[in-house]
Design a protein around this ligand. Structure first.
Ligand code: PMP
Length: 489
């Protein structure tokens, strides 16, 4: 079609200026022109259902966020060495969502910067250089993070100060849970011993509470707690990388680390914070920040600038106003129910993983081996059916479904309907070059936004709990009360 040729021409221009290695999704890259809510419009005229993106956390081009960014940009944007109220307001509102122990934030512009800074703080505090991560994880693109990346293609070898743990996964291991746990903790002990023997010691355990890049693994109960205890006993700190798991994604908790009985020393943030505007941060304790700040001047030109702060505040406001953590819980439950049926009835779908509005569907081939080709086929086929998803895991055989938090039941139904048809096709043909005729997405399913009453308290495992610490988020434009955000504790 004309739009396909136009996309190819643009691809050729892109390749000429950025080279051929900047990754893009799909065999034929998707050429999009605009976004709205859970929809991305292609140049082919199709509205694609976005069941993949967590950066537009509160929806593509969310009007509240867009307005906040535009208003602030029209008023003032400047680096961070002047006093400006919305910046402080955002820090207060963000911290109010954490346990009161975690009462300081340093802003950054990305997840990579956040992890880089957290590791620096841990190294300074502990005097050690060793880092423990999980196998097939990803934490960012800087020099030192490339040295601990095991989950994406990078040429750097693991740093000599890095040890990667094979994360236990109850969906893949049929042994008794205690055996799985024992073996996993033996690995932690071995990693710590080898870091000690090599003279590195341990500065930190850096992990993603949902083990997202790893393929949304289901660890034995008590595993994360035990690792944290062992790391601490060896003198290290615990860093929760919430770049993917944060801001209510799991449905049952606002932050991913709250799924476990641990108290992380540092929490790193990125992706969804600014709904696409680059906002990240490191949340930590007063003690750690004092210690780090005494010896180090941390200055970051753009991080937490007034426009970023306005974007971040607007995202928190939308989260509270529209009860989006609760939405992840409710809509996620519906999706889980329907996706479970695929596990029961479809030969290629082995397991459903994930929490809240974040799912992994593990694929196997006809011999029970990782179904990498089948998963890829379905991702491509779903795109032709107007639905965007992707893949994760060491074998890239786990479908990654992680839509914006405003996903509604009707979007779940559309997603599952298309997935079902796609699996029908896969089962019938089992051919990778299958040329399914493109189906356009039906309708756009958009609904008028319903204003939910402002709620106070914490939403935990499907219920609101009252909470003593609440925080008012003021509208930067006119100072009116925009939302009331609840604190942990
Ligand atoms: N941590 C995790 C868990 C991530 O998924 C990512 C990005 N995929 C990063 C860190 C790096 O974030 P950024 O690309 O914003 O630097």
């Amino acid at each position: 079609t004309a739009s396909t040729w136009a996309a190819r021409a643009l691809m050729a221009r892109r390749k000429a200026v950025v080279g051929r290695h900047s990754p893009m999704f799909y065999d034929e890259p998707l050429h999009v022109t605009s976004g709205q809510g859970v929809w991305l419009r292609g140049t082919d005229g199709i509205d694609y259902l976005d069941a993949y993106n967590n950066v537009p956390h509160v929806g593509h081009c969310n009007p509240v966020v867009v307005r906040a960014i535009a208003d602030q940009a029209a008023l003032l944007n400047v680096h961070t060495r002047y006093l400006h109220e919305p910046v402080v307001e955002y820090a207060e509102a963000l911290l109010a969502t954490f346990d009161p122990r975690l009462d300081k934030v340093l802003f950054t512009n990305s997840g990579s910067e956040s992890n880089e800074l957290a590791l620096r703080i841990a190294r300074q505090h502990t005097g050690n250089t060793g880092i423990v991560v999980t196998d097939f994880s990803y934490h960012g693109n800087t020099t030192s993070l490339a040295e601990l990346t095991t989950g994406l293609r990078v040429k750097e070898r693991l740093g000599p100060h890095v040890r990667a743990l094979r994360t236990p996964d109850l969906d893949a291991d049929e042994r008794p849970v205690e055996d799985v746990l024992d073996e996993a903790l033996d690995q932690v002990a071995a990693a710590l011993a080898s870091l000690k023997a090599a003279g590195h010691g341990v500065s930190a355990f850096l992990f993603d509470p949902l083990f997202s890049t790893e393929g949304l693994l289901r660890t034995p109960p008590g595993y994360v707690e035990a690792v944290a205890t062992m790391i601490r006993a060896a003198g290290g700190l615990v860093i929760a990388d919430e770049v993917q798991s944060g801001l209510g994604r799991s449905g049952s908790r606002f932050w991913g680390h709250e799924l476990y009985d641990i108290a992380p020393d540092l929490v790193t943030l990125g992706k969804p914070l600014g709904n696409g505007h680059p906002v990240g941060g490191v949340v930590t304790t007063t003690e750690l920040l004092e210690e780090f700040g005494t010896d180090n001047l941390y200055f970051n030109t753009f991080a937490g600038n007034p426009v970023s702060a306005a974007a971040g505040l607007a995202v928190l406001r939308e989260m509270a106003d529209r009860e989006l953590q609760r939405n992840a819980w409710d809509v996620g439950a519906r999706a889980r129910e329907l996706l479970e049926k695929l596990v029961e009835h479809r030969p290629h779908v082995k397991a459903l993983r994930g929490k809240g509005l974040f799912f992994g569907l593990e694929f196997v081939d006809g011999n029970g081996q990782p179904g990498t080709a089948q998963a890829k086929w379905v991702v491509e086929n779903m795109r032709r059916r107007g639905v965007l998803i992707s893949r994760i895991g060491p074998h890239d055989n786990v479908l990654k479904i992680r839509p914006p938090m405003i996903f509604e039941p009707e979007h779940v139904d559309l997603l599952v309907e298309r997935l079902t048809t796609s699996l029908d096709d896969l089962e019938t043909t089992e051919a990778h070059e299958h040329a399914a005729s493109p189906a356009s997405a039906t309708g756009n399913g958009r609904k008028a936004r319903v204003n939910s009453p402002l709620r106070t308290g914490l939403f935990i495992d499907g219920k609101w709990r009252s909470n003593s610490k609440k925080f008012d988020v003021m509208n930067p434009a006119d100072g009116s009360l925009a939302a009331r955000v609840s604190a942990g504790g």
